[in-house]
Design a protein around this ligand. Structure first.
Ligand code: HEC
Ligand code: HEC
Length: 417
């Protein structure tokens, strides 16, 4: 473990996921996750939009040290959406981080809570990671393959895959009767990788402070208090430590994977200026007025590393996000997000006004110092604190204070029943 971190610091350029012990299924998943040959023009993999390598332009303190699992092009350029395998094609939504996505429960209507919970994508349309991983290959604005068979044919070009799929899933990738099972196994391997410690580290400064191994600074602590109190963030970005049936403590995920309409302004800089995304209520299988405009609440872990923010990437910085929660309903309105003053002294109208949350946001009455404290607190949620923290109590190589392996979602829970 120690050796790995040491190497990672010295050779950030050749950063790899090396040290974490992966099962053979997760190792296959890693190779598939990185395989560009599985896109139409052999130029794009999952990794292109959900990078495993640190971005060099993330904020100064963690520059080049910690991966954010997003599209580093967007991080560097501030663009909101990713380009696809086919030149000139791009999506209409911000590529989210894959970190901690494995914890999102299967999409469902939670009757006691009276709301939809979980799933993958901003609108939860994939029930779980296995369903999710089947989409990008065939999405015309992403990897753009024509059908499942065309993806499998690319797998067939690689003799290693034939053996591994046979061993792990007992499927023959060269047998046309096994196409569907092979395609599903491909997604299963990738989801197993996404459920590994590579994406779910629980080693942020916040985690060590929760475990009593280090202390938050005064301003970080002030930010945390506001987060739990006056700023109301923790109503949605939950901070509870949960304990499972085996007594394993699971540190907070900073979300319960619910859905809300925060009233984000339209981002007129997305190519072709698409119509506003209706989120959960825009899904043909849901289509309820009561769900229009709602998008999934994400974990805030590593959020420092993943600009721009929101489903349409309209916010460039965390400062802007917090200022928006604080002043959405107070500041004057300008035409759009390119107008003078936007993000500082003014906002543009919400792109979808149905179901706008006005209970926990819009006018929090935080002063400028309090906004700053909340932002400072959010930066304690960046993983790999032993590498970037320069904290004598948490030297390089210190493991997460939690039993990470035990708190990962069980892969079997994700398998079809
Ligand atoms: C061209 C960029 C691109 C590529 C390539 C891509 N994704 Fe994504 N990914 C996105 C975007 C954009 C979204 C959000 C789309 C939405 O919500 O409708 C997303 C969403 C996700 C999510 C959901 C996360 C969450 O919190 O809801 C996961 C998981 C994910 N992608 C994994 C993958 C995997 C696995 C692959 C490869 C098989 C992949 N992606 C390939 C851009 C990409
Ligand atoms: C009522 C629930 C709710 C509350 C309260 C709330 N959030 Fe959120 N948060 C969300 C949802 C939902 C999203 C995604 C919204 C979207 O993209 O349309 C989100 C997105 C974010 C994002 C962007 C994440 C990303 O990956 O793009 C940040 C940062 C954030 N919230 C921080 C905060 C902070 C800080 C507070 C307190 C000041 C707060 N939130 C309060 C529900 C909430």
């Amino acid at each position: 473990m120690k050796k790995f971190f040491f190497t990672a610091v010295l050779t950030a350029a050749s950063f790899n996921t090396g040290a974490v012990s992966l099962t053979s299924e997760q190792q296959l998943g890693e190779v598939l996750y990185k395989d560009k040959n599985l896109s139409l023009n052999s130029n794009q993999s999952c990794e292109s939009c959900h990078a495993l390598k640190p971005s060099i332009s993330a904020t100064k303190s963690v520059n080049g040290l910690v991966p954010g699992f997003v599209d580093t092009v967007n991080v560097v350029n501030g663009t909101a959406v990713s380009v696809g395998s086919v030149q000139g094609e791009s999506g209409t939504l911000n590529s989210p981080s894959v970190a901690y996505a494995a914890f999102s429960p299967k999409f469902r209507y939670d009757t006691p809570k009276g709301e939809y919970i979980g799933g993958q994508f901003w609108n939860g349309r994939a029930a779980d990671l296995i369903q999710q991983a089947q989409e990008p290959f065939l999405n015309p604005v992403e990897m753009a393959m024509t059908d499942e068979l065309s993806v499998i044919e690319r797998l067939r070009g690689n003799s290693q895959y034939a053996n591994q799929f046979k061993q792990l899933y007992n499927v023959n990738i060269n047998d046309s009767r096994d196409v569907q099972r092979t395609y599903r196994s491909l997604a299963q391997a990738i989801s197993a990788f996404e459920t590994s410690e590579v994406f779910n580290k629980f080693n942020s400064k916040f985690d060590y402070s929760l475990a009593g191994a280090t202390n938050l600074s005064a301003i970080e602590q002030q930010g945390f208090n506001l987060f739990k109190g006056k700023a109301k963030c923790a109503v949605c970005h939950k901070i509870d430590v949960t304990v499972d049936n085996n007594g394993t403590k699971r540190p907070p995920l900073f979300t319960y994977f619910g859905y809300e309409n925060n009233g984000l302004p339209r981002n007129v800089n997305i190519p072709n200026n698409p119509i506003p995304d209706l989120g959960l209520g825009g899904r043909p299988d849901i289509a309820l007025n009561s769900e229009i405009g709602k998008h999934k609440m994400k974990t805030l872990r590593n959020v420092e590393l993943t600009p721009p923010y929101g489903h349409n990437g309209v916010f460039k910085t965390l400062e802007e996000v917090v200022h928006f929660y604080n002043t959405r309903d107070v500041l004057p309105r300008v035409t759009n997000n390119n107008s003078v003053g936007f993000g500082k002294t003014a906002w543009a109208a919400p792109e979808v006004t149905d179901n706008l949350n006005t209970t926990q946001m819009g006018n929090l009455r935080l002063n400028a110092n309090e906004e700053k404290a909340v932002v400072t607190f959010l930066k304690t949620l960046t993983d790999d604190y032993p590498i970037w923290g320069k904290d004598a109590s948490i030297p390089v190589g210190t493991p997460s204070p939690f039993n990470v392996k035990a708190s990962l979602p069980s892969p079997s829970a994700m398998r079809p029943r």
